[in-house]
Design a protein around this ligand. Structure first.
Ligand SMILES: [Zn+2]
Length: 600
């Protein structure tokens, strides 16, 4: 048994999440975690809502609520959506908990004491009429590079360049149009160049392991070449206070949202441990094993726009906290913290050939998807056609086609005719008589799927894994067609044998497909007379803040009864009734309906 940390990207809580947000990290990390539990590993799967930063402030202003109220609303929506999608977090929490604030401040203090922050004077903007700081995104003007008139203070959306508000030509406040006043302001920068050598060594070692996706390791090594100090504080009044005298009391200085969000993996693990009754339990996934043996492996799941944060910023924070850069230093209270074993980054999902855009209504929200379609139909699409190694396109036509021809006509049909024939002829799983060559062959073939499919999932090759599983489904369907059990009239022993073999193949493939299709795995199990407990499901829990803050909903669950990843012999005599279909066939009119919703 080994320990596995599944560290899943933290969705930003400025609005509801669309399917593009969850295709890259949500479903793949859940498939991986469910599989790892099935093979007996001790998995800790954590994430939460990322709730600080300027976009939340802007969205709250637009909605006429406080940033905390906006985060509360969106956090709850995201929790409900992820639950409906069956994402099996041990803890899905949020960054506005007091626990998270405390852990972030501990990390800041450790890095500061080791000398990896440099203080620099930069230019900041204030509103002359209110005297308040104007965050970069509240300033717009003309881009000094491309002369686009609507450039934001932090970035030009036309040419894509990162900007400094002081660079803008004719800068103005987006709030009231006045010209901001630029003043000198102090900020802390993370001294990334002092950590570059240690980061490079870690990346070289990771490259040698050969397990990272080639584009991810290449990107990570490239960004190391242009490494420079990065501001980790901000002139903003929404976020985590800087835990230093003279800063702590200043309401306009906060830690930059990216500095705090990546610490969420650690703080969520600590929160999980505190809630489990063993406050130190998180250490088994984070600190090196004392004897160097059995160290936990950590897998970070995200979209490609977040590689920098997971392959550079977060490991740099960990190295700096432990004093492992060129400035030296010591370890602190949290002890030596392990760097990521693997950064599992996916590419982008587009929709009907276009970028997702809520404002242009090129979008389908997770909630709408799950209200209208089965969660496993969506999970299947993501696993089979998602943006694993290349950008991928979601089209309604392909969604309907894959659901109907692969899930319904392939796997669903095999389940359905197996149970129908057993119910009609025996009413219970029959015992097998003597096996013919074809029976043994198909049983042997199906049992190899545990190895081949499992190997692909362990390497995060979800598309290959599900292809292989569905290829095996096709082989079993062929066995059924060749054996023609519906034509066996006068040989009850032969009929019993074929139906027994079919039941065993369905039971095996149901285990193999269950990390991808957890809801239907339980339904298929019930069809074959089981208790429907192949894959335990997450639950929503309303919890008190551990340190006296406001209560909030989390996702958690007990996954200890997950079925093991191997053949479980079917038991003759188990009652089987006439089934109703597990998968819903979609009408072809769905495509037109959904496309008209997009344009409406
Ligand atoms: Zn520009």
């Amino acid at each position: 048994m080994s320990r596995i940390l599944s560290a899943v990207a933290w969705p930003y809580a400025n609005g509801p999440r669309h399917i593009g947000h969850v295709a890259g990290f949500g479903v793949p990390s859940d498939v991986f975690s469910r599989y790892q539990r099935m093979v007996g590993n001790d998995v800790l799967m954590v994430s939460g809502s990322d709730e600080h930063g300027t976009p939340i402030l802007i969205a709250a202003d637009e909605a006429g609520v406080t940033p905390q109220q906006l985060a509360d609303t969106n956090h709850r929506l995201i929790v409900e959506d992820f639950l409906a999608l069956g994402l099996s977090y041990d803890l899905y929490t949020r960054t506005t908990t007091r626990n998270h604030h405390r852990v972030v401040q501990e990390m800041f203090t450790g890095v500061w004491e080791n000398g990896y922050f440099v203080e620099q004077t930069t230019t900041g903007a204030i509103s002359p009429s209110t005297g308040r700081t104007l965050p970069d995104r509240y300033i717009e003007g003309t881009c000094p590079i491309c002369e686009y008139d609507g450039a934001r203070g932090d970035q030009c959306d036309n040419c894509g360049n990162q900007l400094d508000p002081a660079d803008l030509i004719d800068p103005r406040s987006k709030i009231n149009g006045e010209t901001p006043q630029f003043v000198e302001t102090q900020h802390f920068f993370l001294d990334l160049p002092a950590l570059a050598e240690a980061l490079g060594e870690w990346l070289d070692e990771r490259e040698a392991s050969g397990t990272w996706r080639p584009n991810v390791i290449r990107f990570s090594q490239n960004i190391l070449k242009e490494i420079r100090p990065r501001a980790i504080t901000r002139d903003i009044d929404w976020g985590i206070a800087v835990p230093l005298d003279g800063w702590r009391e200043n309401p306009a200085k906060r830690l930059y949202v990216w500095f705090d969000a990546v610490i969420g993996y650690l703080s969520a693990s600590i929160e999980w441990a505190r809630r489990s009754g063993d406050p130190e339990a998180w250490r088994a996934w984070w600190n090196p094993a004392p004897d160097g043996q059995g160290e936990a492996r950590s897998y970070y799941f995200m979209g490609k726009d977040n590689i920098t944060f997971h392959a550079q910023i977060w490991p740099a924070e960990l190295l700096a906290y432990d004093g492992l850069g060129s400035r030296g230093g010591t370890t602190h209270d949290l002890g030596r913290l392990c760097l990521p074993t693997e950064v599992v980054s996916s590419e982008f999902l587009t929709m009907e050939g276009r970028k997702f855009s809520s404002s242009k209504r090129v979008v389908i929200y997770v909630r709408d998807m799950l209200e209208r379609y089965q969660p496993d139909a969506f999970r299947y699409f993501v696993a089979a056609a998602g943006p694993e190694n290349n950008d991928a396109d979601f089209t309604w036509a392909e969604f309907v086609q894959r659901t109907n021809s692969e899930l319904v006509a392939g796997w669903g049909n095999l389940v359905n005719r197996t149970a129908t024939l057993i119910a009609k002829n025996f009413g219970e799983v029959p015992a097998a008589g003597e096996l013919a060559a074809a029976d043994s062959a198909v049983l042997d073939l199906v049992v190899t799927a545990f190895d081949t499919v499992g190997d692909h999932i362990a390497r995060n090759r979800m598309r290959l894994a599900i292809q292989e599983a569905m290829r095996t489904v096709g082989e079993v369907n062929r066995y059924v067609s060749d054996s023609e059990p519906w034509k066996i009239k006068d040989d009850p022993e032969r009929l019993a044998t074929v139906l027994h073999v079919m039941a065993q193949c369905v039971a095996d493939l149901n285990v193999v497909l269950s990390p991808f299709l957890p809801f239907s795995a339980n339904a298929v199990d019930r069809v074959l007379g089981g208790a429907g407990d192949v894959q335990p499901m997450p639950r929503l829990e309303e919890v008190e803040d551990l340190d006296g803050g406001a209560a909030y909903p989390v996702i958690t669950g007990d996954y200890s009864t997950t079925r093991a990843w191997r053949r479980h012999p079917v038991v003759p005599g188990t009652p089987v009734e006439k089934p109703s279909p597990v998968f819903r066939k979609l009408d072809s009119a769905v495509v037109e309906e959904e496309l008209s919703r997009l344009e409406g």
